[in-house]
Design a binder for this molecule. Structure first.
Ligand SMILES: NC(=O)c1ccc[n+]([C@@H]2O[C@H](COP(=O)([O-])OP(=O)(O)OC[C@H]3O[C@@H](n4cnc5c(N)ncnc54)[C@H](O)[C@@H]3O)[C@@H](O)[C@H]2O)c1
Length: 440
């Protein structure tokens, strides 16, 4: 059985659907489960219910191969699987920093009664340290099947590169308590390990911490350069030159050192907050108090963007038309969870402007959450009659845009580049007033 275990994936959202499809692509038989029937129907009929480059083709290919199926039945999943990956959401609790563990607990409790003898349950969701230990105790107390066990295998995929990151990750982390659990995990990731991919085996606590530590580090690096952007604004320096110069220092490196509107999405913001909350419970809140500042710097960028747009319009949004390019929290994704772009767009709308937005992939999601904003089907349509254009998500389509296309339709040639991703020389030569965060 450990040769090629049968896999199940519980929770088929951004992480789970990608994991299920990629594991089938690697040759495993995979059964995905979600409680949302519409999601299961969509996946089973070959439609990925979110935007992820490369995933639709692989989904269809693996449905056709017969190795991949989706269901809403825990009974079916329990009977099918040797290794079960838990991939449900762990969003921020409303009104608190801590993670909401409702979905992890509910899915775990739905699965356990159906497990077969010898099954391994593998947590992939990002959780507060201590969760795996708690679930392992519960498994030992409540499972009726023999020799069932828990392991933790945090996930590091990036939306937009999710397929590549799943098939060829930088590393695998296995939080395990037995040789048998390690052997099963090694079998479940055999083709990935053979690439080769480094495997770090460790205890539960470390495995859970690796994920939040990685996110805390990345968030800190982004906020560091955004703090430098604030100082550049006060000194008339240019943060893009500053970060370029820093990037040549091999001790620092250029990745995640790009100043702009800051981070968002369904992971970084809620993960650093949940990490702080858990540190507080553990009595080590001082160790992570710097993350409060990381979060504050990040949120200040959104406020600064709104201020810069207002300043550019002469001090008020009232009666003006604002074109917004981008709604997703980053390019190559339709994910709008905690999106800086949408936060800025809705703040400006509430200050009296008519905001008209275009995004290549995230319009449907944005409309659902912000019906008060206007939506158009292209950058040019969004720009028609605009007093100012705001570039808030750096899709390639925007980065490579010819300013003359917008010049022909806007009321005023003003642009604020919230991502420092446009070429100021090009836009200024085309007669635009170009402004950006952290540079003159
Ligand atoms: N999205 C990412 O890029 C990413 C990367 C690494 C880690 N993670 C972590 O992975 C986890 C999932 O994130 P996501 O972005 O895929 O979230 P998501 O909201 O897209 O997906 C979660 C899925 O779980 C389903 N679900 C909820 N309760 C369930 C239950 N009781 N049984 C079965 N399914 C249930 C939901 O219907 C949904 O489809 C989170 O902990 C997240 O922090 C996400």
């Amino acid at each position: 059985m450990t040769e090629r275990p049968r896999l199940t994936v519980i929770g088929t959202g951004y992480l789970g659907a990608t994991h299920a499809v990629c594991m089938a692509e690697l040759g495993f038989e995979v059964l995905g489960l979600d409680v949302e029937e519409a999601k299961v129907t969509s996946l089973q009929s070959g439609q990925v219910p979110f935007y992820e480059p490369g995933l639709p083709e692989l989904l269809q290919k693996n449905l056709d191969s017969g190795r991949l199926r989706f269901t809403t039945s825990y009974e079916e999943v329990g009977a099918f699987g040797d290794v079960h990956f838990l991939c449900v959401g762990t969003p921020q609790k409303k009104g608190e920093y801590a993670a909401d563990m409702t979905y992890v607990d509910a899915s775990f409790r739905s699965l356990v009664p159906h497990l077969r003898d010898g099954a391994l349950v593998v947590g992939k969701s990002t959780v507060p340290a201590g969760t795996a230990e708690r679930l392992a105790d519960e498994l030992a107390r409540t499972a009726t099947a023999k020799d069932v066990e828990l392991a933790w295998n945090p996930e590091f995929l990036r939306e937009g590169f999710a397929v590549e990151d799943t098939l060829t990750p930088d590393r695998l982390v296995f939080g395990i308590r037995s040789e048998r659990a390690e052997a099963l995990l090694r079998a479940a990731f055999g083709p990935v390990i053979d690439v080769p991919t480094p495997v770090v085996t460790c205890d539960f606590a470390t495995a859970q911490l690796v994920k939040v530590a990685a996110n805390a580090f990345l968030a800190t690096k982004i906020s560091f350069i955004n703090a430098m952007a604030e100082v550049c604004e006060a000194t008339h320096g240019d943060v893009t030159k500053l970060s370029e110069a820093l990037s040549y220092d091999t001790r620092i490196g250029g990745r995640f050192l790009h100043a702009g509107l800051g981070f968002g999405g369904g992971c970084l913001p809620k993960d650093i907050r949940a990490f702080m909350a858990r540190a507080g419970e553990l009595g080590v809140d001082q160790a992570l108090s710097f993350l409060k500042e990381v979060d504050a710097i990040n949120l200040r960028r959104r406020a600064r963007m709104v201020d810069l747009a207002r300043e550019s319009l002469g001090g008020s949004f009232a009666g003006s038309r604002v074109a917004v390019l981008g709604a997703a929290f980053k390019p190559n994704s339709d994910d709008i969870r905690d999106s800086p772009a949408l936060d800025v767009a809705s703040a400006i709308q509430s200050q009296g402007a008519a905001v008209v937005l275009y995004d290549p992939a995230a319009m449907d999601n944005a409309k659902r959450v912000h019906p008060e904003i206007g939506y158009r089907e292209s950058a040019v349509e969004a720009g028609r009659g605009a007093d100012i254009v705001l570039h808030l998500t750096e899709w390639k389509e925007f980065r490579t845009m010819d300013p003359s296309a917008l010049s022909a339709v806007v009321a005023h040639k003003r642009i604020v580049d919230g991502r420092n991703a446009l070429d100021p020389v090009l836009w200024r030569e085309a007669g635009w007033t170009y402004r950006a965060l952290g540079r003159p």
